[in-house]
Design a protein around this ligand. Structure first.
Ligand code: UT7
Length: 377
């Protein structure tokens, strides 16, 4: 029997701190007027020292699991799409797995720039359709504020922090992820790059002095590439789903620049009200941009059960990706906030205890084996 991958849960988390264009204009040569007219951005969220890609991922994932009404022990795959992982390794996905207590899950990070969330959705849906996995958590999360040069007006006005997550579940009922595609063109890699911190240019005093630990971007070229692929990918994925443009209720595009979204709308011959836009409040949150927009589209009832939505993104790599989704209803009934908090504490406290016990056990185990070795010598 055919398997289908349905989105049954969704959640998002953004830092509390809001940084407006006016605030930016106090320390870098820019203006609210320039940023709004050239990008559509009015403000963005910036992580506090206590917040990180993992903490935002975990908060978004907990919310998505609550909406799905699925306990973490039933999750068997966790993908975190990010260009700002907690560490190079271990993966942020493993930190999420540990915090949730998803003891049956495989977990890994995925790096595909701003297209990362759709890449993750594509892979998780394929795994569910193939029958190798039943419940997958796909997360897009970033703390771009940590790799942005706050003196560089070409980039610092664009980016923001946040996370969004969905729970995908296998079902025999048709629907869910109807079609998806992922593409890449590595010849454009240097157009959007973080030069230092990898094996090519490890972090060093010289690398930091040259600002190689910050995002570098050729904005104009990325813009030209984006306007080309947004239309192409949208048409391609809709055809793959056997649909026509008229069959699509909402397009959720990567929120990089309102002018890119407007160009895509024009090329597709669609009015702007068919596109979901929240770039004004979050800026470009890279891999988190689409899942955050998806959550807000649901909250604002722009996406309702039975609707068909196209998600489409482009980003560093260069990469681009698109997916068509038939929207379902949440499984779990919304609970009062206090009950939700209590439920989360009881659900995730054992996971924290389990994690601490495992660490303690590992230390004791190492200690015992050392003693036994010494006695044997
Ligand atoms: O998720 C993928 C990540 N990246 C993107 O999607 C970015 C795609 N690119 C873009 O969104 C646009 O190219 C930008 C928003 C980055 C730039 O907009 P633009 O209309 O392409 O501007 P520009 O780079 O052609 O620069 C025009 C002028 C320049 O001044 P001159 O050389 O004409 O005197 C810039 O120095 O605007 C200047 N400028 C600024 N002025 C005030 C650039 N950034 C700023 C700024 N405030 N923040």
């Amino acid at each position: 029997m055919a398997r289908y991958a349905h989105i049954v849960g969704w959640g998002m988390a953004v830092p509390q701190r809001v940084v407006t264009n006016h605030e930016l204009a106090q320390f870098v040569e820019t203006s609210d007027e320039w940023i709004v007219t050239r990008t559509g951005i009015r403000e963005r969220r910036v992580a506090s020292p206590q917040e990180s890609t993992a903490t935002l991922s975990i908060a978004a994932a907990e919310e998505a699991l609550a909406v799905a009404g699925i306990p973490p022990r039933d999750v068997d795959l966790i993908l975190v799409a990010t260009v700002t992982p907690e560490y190079l390794f271990p993966s942020t996905a493993c930190l999420v797995q540990d915090a949730l207590g998803a003891t049956k899950a495989g977990a890994f990070d995925l790096l595909a720039g701003c297209s990362g969330f759709i890449y993750g959705l594509h892979l998780a849906a394929a795994a569910i359709r193939a029958g190798t996995h039943q419940v997958a958590l796909v997360i897009g999360a970033e703390t771009l504020s940590r790799i942005v040069n706050w003196q560089d007006r070409n980039t610092c006005v664009l980016f923001g922090d946040g996370a969004g997550a969905v729970v995908l579940q296998g079902s025999d009922t048709p629907g869910g992820v109807l079609a998806s595609m992922i593409r890449a063109d590595g010849s454009g890699g240097e157009l959007l790059i973080l030069p230092a911190g990898g094996s090519r240019l490890p972090i060093s005093e010289a690398a930091v002095r040259d600002g190689c630990h910050f995002i570098r971007m050729n904005g104009r070229e990325v813009f030209r590439f984006a306007t080309r692929v947004m239309e192409k990918a949208t048409r391609e994925v809709i055809a793959q789903a056997g649909l026509r443009l008229e069959d699509v209720d909402l397009i959720i595009p990567h929120q990089a620049n309102i002018r890119i979204i407007e160009a895509a709308a024009k090329a597709l011959g669609l009015p702007m009200d068919r596109f979901f836009v929240n770039i004004d409040r979050y800026g470009n949150t890279s891999a988190a941009s689409i899942p955050i927009a998806l959550c807000e589209a649901v909250q604002q009832r722009r996406l309702n059960p039975g609707d068909r939505a196209v998600m489409v993104a482009f980003g560093a790599g260069l990469t681009w990706a698109a997916a068509v989704v038939e929207w379902g209803a949440p499984r779990a009934r919304p609970r009062p906030l206090w009950l939700e908090r209590l439920a989360r504490i009881t659900l995730y406290l054992p996971a924290q205890l389990h994690s601490r016990l495992m660490r303690l056990w590992r230390r004791l185990d190492a200690w015992f084996s050392r003693i036994l070795r010494q006695e044997g010598e």
